[in-house]
Write a protein that binds this ligand. Sequence first.
Ligand SMILES: Cc1ncc(COP(=O)(O)O)c(C=O)c1O
Length: 470
Amino acid sequence: MPTKKILLPEDDIPKQWYNIAPDLPKPMPPFIDPSTKEPGVGIVPKIFPKAIIGQELSKERWIDIPDEVREVYKIWRPSPLYRATHLEKLLKTPAKIYYKYEGVSPAGSHKTNTAVPQVYYNMKEGVTRVSTETGAGQWGSALSFAAMTFGVKATVYMVRASYDQKPYRKMMIHAFGGEIFASPSKQTEAGRKILAEDPDNKGSLGIAISEAVEDALVSEVKTNYTIGSVFNHVLLHQTVIGLETQKQMAMVDDYPDVIYGCIGGGSSYSGLIWPFYHDKVTKKAPKETKLIATEATACPKVTKGQYIYDHGDTARITPLVPMHTLGHDFIPAPIHAGGLRYHGIAPTISILTQENQMTTEAYNQLDVFDAAKLFIQSEGIIPAPEPSHAIKGAIDEALRCKETGEEKTILFLLCGHGHFDMQAYEDYHMGKLQPYEYPTEKVAESMDKLHTLYPWLDKVNKQYISCEPL
Ligand SMILES: Cc1ncc(COP(=O)(O)O)c(C=O)c1O
């Protein structure tokens, strides 16, 4: 019988994070400051500590993980890599399926991997309070946990739709000593403006980011903003996932043919694939591994969005970011995978996509929950709705192997458990889920608006990311 749980000792917690920046097929395009139409980071230096800005812009391939951070990582790292033996049996597939499980962290997902260093660097620079947005609540819980660990206060703006769907996230944030507001909230100018126009607004990650950033900018106590995804330093911190997985796969003398993961802002999937990409560029990879990200048809930023410069938030406080986007005014359908409802994506994912290093597939939530059900029935772990997209991809691949007889090695990231997502499962069992699909016309509408707002955008897009004009 194959080993079910492939485990590493604590000494194998990585001592360095891997930074993809020097190995990208193309350099990262700069942020653009819309007030000057030139490269510029706008408010970024006002809301992040110096150490984080240094990592964001770093071209160093390997970055040391502070001992204090590794000490906290010990609570749940190294996380287990599982061989999905029961799922393989259920599917009757000749494929071998592995999943790296990040649900063992205190907050229940990969988000703690970056929350801990982010709060650590803030604390070192004298920051006493951190603010953030959260979608499904995983990131807000992770940040509150990390803030508690280093004696810092946390304020979380949680997208209203998820705040109502997942009440236990609020309680978890309170248990960790954080404070939480449903977004849009009356706490900020951005929130009040949106509520004045639409008192029933269900929120979006774009709105919650505007609120959290504004909070950090105007606060009288030393407050910084922290972000759960998209930015390079966040993806960098997540590489502990892939670095451990490489060692674990080597322990069973295997290597993935294909790697699946879900993408909200792209941090967990990048954390898994970057070290494998490094194997590829350094010619250490024993095979050509396919990288396939999965997203929601309700929020198809890579499969239907455009690769252009857009704001990271709805109130347009952030600089323009080069990324696949559905438009910063995107209001998502209330799907249960709250963490996948962001309008944009990490710029590195956009580069890897444009350079044909990876692809993305989109699934609707009904198909996703069908896949999650098979996973629960065989492996017994209840996945969060977000990684259930990766499970869907992995199961489809395993079923294709069944047809062709191929004995592929499939790896996917189970980046969080779904213990606080039980309403989603209940809605699924009661037949209440909708297979939302974001209309292409809505993307075109948002792109038109962006073009009207910034008539010079075509020129900037062409100059820095050499994409087709709008
Ligand atoms: C459990 C879970 N998975 C995935 C995501 C998506 O984020 P990312 O693509 O940055 O990993 C989130 C984001 O909130 C999440 O909570």
